[in-house]
Design a protein around this ligand. Structure first.
Ligand code: ADP
Length: 243
């Protein structure tokens, strides 16, 4: 584990004045060049955990560190890709992509160059003056990815980013994400309830149980590999396929 790791230490959070324990004493580390996937059944605390790491949920017990320092959105750049893409309908594609860097600082010429390169590699350059409603779901998701990668975040968090896409577009967008990620290698946490997606995109996979606890942490030998071998359903992986 390098000094750049994300460390999640004994994190718990409850809602309704302690009546609903959404995540219960969660601890794990994510090393710098890793996509970590969190998978679990509905209500297992995946979104709560992601929102806590993002700094959206503030009322939690435990500690979060990134690169050896306390993790805070005030000191670290955190990219967040929500389920519904998080695009502003009144802004163009280009304006939406620039939003993250605009909030964090001045727009420089090299940022525009980088944005154009990212838009080219995502196949959305020609749509840069359109508005989100003029794009398909897959294209909107690419805009959301472009925004996250342009920010050059210290940490990228993605909440079921591909779940609203049809099967073919989902595969395509997953591939695009992975090739962008290979270039930028942002420390990434991706939440999903899809086992195939977890196996394709997760270098490490955290399996949550219904009670918001860690059930299993897996190092995934199938990361980036779509041709899953027949022996996939060994004892451990079978566990996650039951959701
Ligand atoms: P998941 O993302 O795995 O579906 P969530 O993190 O959304 O799980 O929810 C975990 C638990 O916390 C569930 O029991 C859910 O009902 C509860 N919960 C989530 N958000 C709130 C909230 N804002 N107020 C009260 N309970 C909540």
């Amino acid at each position: 584990m390098t000094n750049n790791s994300l460390v999640i230490q004994n994190v718990s959070l409850s809602y309704d004045n302690g009546k609903v324990l959404a995540i219960d004493n969660i601890s794990f580390n994510v090393s710098a060049d890793t996509v970590c996937v969190i998978i679990g059944p509905s209500g297992s605390g995946k979104s709560t955990l992601l929102r806590t790491i993002a700094g959206i949920e503030k009322n939690f017990d435990g500690n979060l560190f990134l690169g050896g320092e306390k993790l805070s959105p005030k000191t670290k750049k955190i990219g967040f890709v929500p389920q519904n893409y998080g695009l502003y309908p009144w802004l163009t594609v280009e304006e939406n992509i620039l939003l993250g860097v605009r909030i964090k600082g001045k727009i420089m010429g090299d940022i525009i160059l980088k944005m154009n390169n990212i838009m080219e590699s995502l196949g959305i350059f020609d749509f840069r003056h359109r508005f989100p409603k003029e794009l398909s779901g897959g294209q909107q998701q690419r805009v959301s990815l472009a925004r996250a990668f342009l920010l050059n975040a210290d940490l990228l968090l993605m909440d079921e980013p591909f779940s609203a896409l049809d099967a073919i577009t989902r595969e395509e967008t997953q591939n695009i994400f992975l090739s962008l990620w290979e270039k930028h290698k942002l420390i990434t946490i991706l939440v999903t309830h899809d086992v195939e997606e977890a196996l394709y995109l997760g270098k490490s996979i955290i399996v949550l149980s219904k009670k918001g606890r860690i059930w299993e942490i897996l190092n995934n030998p199938f990361f980036g590999n779509r041709d899953l071998p027949i022996f996939l359903f060994d004892e451990k992986l079978e566990k996650i396929s039951i959701f």
